[in-house]
Unconditional design. Sequence first.
Length: 472
Amino acid sequence: MTEHKTLCVGIDVSSRHLELACCDGWGVPVGRTHSFPNSPAGIAALCDAVVASGQKLGSDLQIIAGLESTSDFHRPAAKALAGETRLQIQVHVLNPRKVKWFRHLELKDTKTDRVDAELIARFVAKIRPQPRAVVSEGCIQLQDATRTRRRCMEERSRLKNRLHRLLRTYWPGWREAVGKHFGGRTLVALKSCPSPHDARRRGASRIAQLRNCDGRRIGRVFAERFLAVAKDVPSQQLPMMVRISIQDAAARIFQLNSLLRRLDAAIAEELERVFPDNVLLSLPGLGPVSVASILAEIGDIRRFPNKEAFIGYCGLYPIAWESGNTKLRFCMTRKGNRMLKLSLLLASGPARQCNPSLRHFYTRLRERGKSAKAAGGAVARKLAEIVWVTLTRNEPWSEKIALRGIAKSERMTQTDQGERRLTRDAAGQTPVARPIKAASRSSAPRPDSTKSPGASQAPYHRLRPSERLVAP
């Protein structure tokens, strides 16, 4: 396919308009830009304009269309272009960050909808992005549900931090008497009595009659503890804005807890419908919500040819940072799918507790001196490798295979320690085979001290394998 027989289409997407620009395979503009409303009628007119531009260049033509991922505004246009029957169109949903850096590469400062559409068309012509796998409608719905749940959890965390700050300032002694976690009883009590004065006016008997989300009363014992904290507060009557803030935060956390419970049930049902009897549910420590979050972001596992490509998509790999006199340091990259990386990092905690292979891997890293943060990131990467292997082979997790891998890892570690000790002895010209504390050392052959390399022989790492000492 020659370059002049390629039509590259760039579409700048907004909530109300779609800006269209075309160029050939060399990046030379073809025609002028057009603007269409982002509506069903406007999307149909956009498809007609793309087909008309393609028919002008001939029959033997390749059409490549690119548009940025812009919330969900791009989905109707991308779906309509991909389903066009008059001409075959390759549709690419582009990462906005890539287009942004391509703008910096061209040293462009002007930013308008027309300029953005022309920039996307040139990006498609010069970069030629790889086609993405087709994602089913059920997978998209599951992805929306899991991302909505993640946003709700982040909002709940912000509200909890805000409520902790308010109680620490205006309800001293709260944490020691009631606890640091906001349970249902605590939230119901704070909604009804945001200030100590309200709690004392209501009394322990009326506070005990308040009902939790499950319909049960919060109880007399909790009500007395709540009232005891209120009596010890120096300032009984709080300012109006503080009372409103405490009451609003408690009410919204209570609502989010109820919403998250409904979302978890809905996600579990949707997971069973879209991915019935998925093998990831066999992994210890992964529940339906974690599995749904991982599968919704992965889509089709066959688009990753190896586990290194999958790890790169997850963004669970370290990068080196060194410049001039700055010392070398390693940190996890910021690239990758943010939601998938977060799902694996959060799932690695329960998986480390329930999966013996991950627990052994984490313990071994900690014994080597790795920090808890670095070891946790390594466990998330190991979990991603297990996910890729499980989905690729479509086989459930086996505890027997995991335990066999742990035993092999321990034997390799012991052998490696023995070789390092012998190497140090050979470097000092006194090769002595020191015993290694292991259960299998009695069955291993003893080294022959008469075959030890002397001072006139080559260093240990240059000896032939038959001349080296064998670790006991």
